[in-house]
Structures are given as C-alpha cells and as structure tokens.
Design a protein around this ligand. Structure first.
Ligand code: SF4
Ligand code: SF4
Ligand code: SF4
Length: 259
C-alpha cells in the first residue's frame, strides 16, 4: 500500500543539527559564558577518567562535560547513537557531504567492504590511546587532532579562521567519497558509544511480510547498514536518524519501536 505524503521527521533532525552548529559557532566566536569545549561529551569521558585517577578535572574540563557525558549515556541506552545522528556537528557535516557525493556520483563509499571493516576497528585503539595519555600526561592530547576542537577553536585561538575553514573543506572533500570517515574510523566518542549502543532500547524494525525488497532503505542509510536484510537493526552504528523509515514506500514496513 502506497504511503500518503506526510511531514518528514528528518526535517526536524536537519533543523536540530543546524541549530546546534549555529550555537557552537556563536560560542566559538567568544559569545556566551562558557567555551564550546564545555559541551563536548567526550570531555566527560576524559574528565571522569581524570577524576577517578587524580581526583581533579583534566585541563579545561568541568561539570558541564560530566553532565553532557551522563546525558549521552542515557541517550545511548535509550536510543543507540542518536547523539551522532541528531546532535554532533561533525556527523551532520560529514553526512551532508556524503549525501551530496551520492547524488553526484551515485556511490556512497569508495572503499571495498573488507578494507572498510578493518579500518572501522581503528577507533578502539584511538580511544584507548587517548584515555591512557590523558591520564599519563594530564592534558587533552586529542585536542590537536579533534576536528570538533580544531574547527570551532580556529586551531586553538578561539576564533574561527582560515584553518578552520580549510579543515572543514578537507573533511567535506573526504566525506564526499567515503561515508563519514572520521566517525567510522577515528572517533573516540563513537567508539565509546559502541560499548552501549548494541543494547539501545529503541531500534528500527522491518516487517519482512510487507517488504517489497526495493533497497531504498539501504541507499538512504548514512551508516551503510543493509536495513533491507534485517528484521531489526541492532547494528552499533545505527543513529536512529530515521532516513530509512522516511524513504520506505510501504506503510509501516519500517518503524522505530522500543524493545
Ligand atoms: S562518531 Fe564521533 S564525530 Fe561522528 S557523529 Fe558520532 S560523535 Fe560525532
Ligand atoms: S538503519 Fe535507519 S535509522 Fe539506523 S542509521 Fe541507518 S538510516 Fe538511520
Ligand atoms: S525501503 Fe521498505 S520496502 Fe524497500 S527494502 Fe527497505 S524495508 Fe523493504
């Protein structure tokens, strides 16, 4: 049965992502009481580690990071990697660039599946190394390589500048041919969420009785998940972005449910 035209929930998602980027740019330009860094949940992972080991907050971290971190844990348990799909600016930028690449090239991902699978494991050693050296040195060693920090700090001087723009363009260019490269291969916050994402209570369910195997859901998924092959999407990279649900032409064939 054909679906009626309806309001797309994903428009809300795009609006949300744009609003978050606007707020971060506002903070990065020096307005607001705290710097944008105070709102990074991975700062909370590092802060927690520092609190346990040295009883102090590491470097520029503080209570706001811890609050973000605890909120992130609740969100992952409730709705998998929704933070990545709905809030994170790096995810939003990479996804948009890859969608554009797909429209122009007809292909989302340039790397062969085996290489991609092996590279995805890289994010775990990256997370472990960062946490270890944060503890050893007592400084945020990842800062200098973190696109979130580099872009929104203007490479450390808290003024968005030419280097921020160049890094953004580089990320866009790579994301054009590889689906979400930083997220897939390097992001320590993504790796941390993997620890809990598999148990996320809300997930996408497919009704295989009504599915017409059109594969539109696979093409729409920014995380390259083969939705059309699953009864329920348990994949740790699912962000509950609802792109697959929105494109499915069969009413209620794909839906997000709890349990
Ligand atoms: S994997 Fe990391 S960079 Fe990518 S969207 Fe998630 S938190 Fe952001
Ligand atoms: S499976 Fe669906 S909800 Fe999950 S990331 Fe892919 S498109 Fe988004
Ligand atoms: S888009 Fe819907 S009908 Fe098409 S393959 Fe996916 S679940 Fe099946």
């Amino acid at each position: 049965m054909a679906k009626k035209k309806k309001f797309r929930v994903t428009y809300l998602r795009y609006a949300f992502q744009i609003a978050i980027i606007a707020i971060l740019v506002y903070l990065a330009l020096g307005y607001g009481e705290r710097t944008f860094e105070a709102y990074c949940p991975f700062g909370g992972v590092e802060a927690l580690y520092g609190l346990f080991t040295t009883k102090n907050y590491t470097c520029a971290l503080g209570e706001a990071n811890m609050a973000m971190f605890l909120g992130l844990i609740a969100l992952v348990v409730l709705s998998k990697k929704s933070f990545c799909g709905w809030i994170c600016p790096i995810g939003a930028v990479s996804e948009t660039a890859n969608r554009l690449g797909f429209r122009m090239r007809g292909k989302k991902h340039w790397l062969p599946p085996k290489v991609d699978k092996a590279l995805r494991l890289l994010r775990y050693p990256v997370m472990i190394i960062i946490l270890y050296y944060t503890y050893k040195i007592g400084d945020l060693i990842f800062r200098g390589y973190d696109p979130f920090y580099l872009i929104f700090s203007g490479f450390g001087d808290y003024a968005l500048g030419i280097w921020s723009i160049l890094l953004m363009l580089f990320l866009l260019a790579i994301s054009f041919i590889i689906s979400m490269p930083f997220c897939r291969y390097f992001c320590p916050l993504g790796a941390f969420q993997d620890l809990l994402s598999w148990m996320g209570i809300s997930r996408i369910y497919r009704n295989k009785e009504t599915c017409i195997d059109c594969d539109l859901c696979d093409k729409a998924c920014p995380q390259l998940i083969e939705v059309s092959q699953k009864d329920k999407v348990k994949h740790i990279d699912c962000t509950n972005c609802l792109e697959c649900v929105e494109v499915c032409p069969v009413k209620n064939c794909l839906e997000m449910r709890m349990f």
